[in-house]
Design a protein around this ligand. Structure first.
Ligand code: ADP
Ligand code: TRP
Length: 343
């Protein structure tokens, strides 16, 4: 029996921010370091997903290498044969399976995807691509080709995981046991030790998710920000005028977000942080502590990044991409046979 698979992808459009790091990168790096005896761990660059919204194509290659280096700086081990890094477009089966899945996907179910609705709102009607609409189908192919059971992603991607399960079940019920069905999202949260998907908020508008597609970078802590601006962004983050620290995402979203961030980067529980600051009437000292913790975290991360060896990454890509082509092609062949494309 092959090992169950844990898989995730992080797009290389822009530099990653602390939300991407905590929501998607850290969980898989932890798994790669603690669970690789029992699980196969795949971390890939969804490069075909990169231009579902307009990008500067000339900088895509740099963006890809930059992200791969971030994975390694975050602790992803390259010398472990059970962990893999690869680029989606180097495994043509992703595109081929997407087409087949497209034909088993309803226009209605794609139109309901909130990420599509949100992202298309920020583009003009004639700039919304079919690729953006189709995005979750390619994502389903990414997951199903390797039979992944667990897919650590932030809360905004949960709907795409549910869609992946739906389309896989649809095909299995018509053609028999073709795909491994990923675990339901709530079981995945349990597996990763969380009660729900993580959603770090923008520091300027804490009612919105921190997202690299935001217009302004003032509310976003990028992993490659300079230390001075990390501190400034935290100190000038939006809070409220209640003058009392308590943890309420509804009434004090800014404070709650800073508490979440401090807990996650210091490896402490929310409870610990809450009990330290609850009831304080001044926000300044609390913000200073968060700014100090965040800036040391970013500083250490950047020091690790400087030491990352590109040639070790290239070597690992070559090995992983060869192995992943074999796995992906064997799943694709099963599907091609099922739908009548192969004998
Ligand atoms: P962005 O919204 O910044 O463009 P992506 O859509 O590329 O981010 O997401 C990359 C990964 O990071 C996904 O797994 C996503 O769920 C996770 N993620 C993105 N933003 C956050 C956030 N604010 N909090 C937690 N996880 C996040
Ligand atoms: N859609 C994910 C994002 O926006 C990236 C992604 C593409 C992905 N394919 C995937 C994540 C497969 C997990 C599994 O962040």
């Amino acid at each position: 029996m092959s090992k169950p698979v844990i898989l995730t992808g992080l797009r290389a459009n822009n530099d990653l921010h602390i939300g991407n790091y905590l929501g998607a990168l850290l969980p898989i790096v932890d798994m790669a370091n603690t669970k690789s005896d029992e699980y196969q761990i795949n971390l890939f660059i969804p490069d075909l997903h990169s231009f579902t919204t307009p990008i500067d194509h000339g900088s895509l290659q740099d963006g890809i290498m930059n992200n791969l280096k971030l994975y390694v700086a975050a602790g992803f081990p390259l010398d472990n044969p059970n962990v893999h890094i690869y680029r989606q477009s180097y495994i043509p089966a992703h595109s081929e399976l997407t087409w087949i899945l497209d034909c088993f996907t309803g226009m209605g179910e794609m139109s309901r995807m909130t990420q599509f609705k949100d992202k298309s709102l920020s583009l003009g009607e004639d700039r919304i691509s079919v690729g953006l609409f189709n995005y979750p189908v390619l994502m389903a192919a990414d997951i199903l080709l390797y039979g992944a059971s667990y897919v650590p992603v932030g809360e905004d991607q949960s709907q795409h995981i549910e869609f992946t399960r739906d389309v896989a079940e649809r095909i299995n019920s018509q053609f028999g046991d073709i795909f491994v069905i990923p675990k339901p999202v709530n079981e995945q949260h349990e597996f990763f030790g969380k009660d729900q998907g993580l959603r770090i908020k923008d520091l300027v508008d804490p009612t919105k998710k921190m997202s690299k597609s935001s217009d302004s970078s003032k509310g976003i802590i990028f992993l490659n920000d300079d230390i001075g601006s990390v501190k400034d962004k935290i100190i000038s983050s939006t809070t409220d005028s209640m003058n009392l620290i308590s943890y309420s995402k509804e009434t004090q979203p800014g404070i709650a977000n800073l508490i979440d961030l401090l807990a996650l980067i210091s490896g402490k529980s929310i409870e610990e942080i809450k009990s330290k600051y609850n009831g304080q009437t001044q926000y300044g000292p609390f913000k200073n502590d968060v700014a100090e913790a965040m800036s040391s975290f970013i500083e250490e991360f950047q020091a690790k990044l400087l030491g990352v060896d590109e040639s070790a990454i290239m070597e690992k890509l070559t090995t992983s991409e060869k192995q992943m082509n074999e796995i992906a092609n064997s799943t694709l062949l099963k599907v091609q046979k099922a739908v009548g494309l192969r004998k």
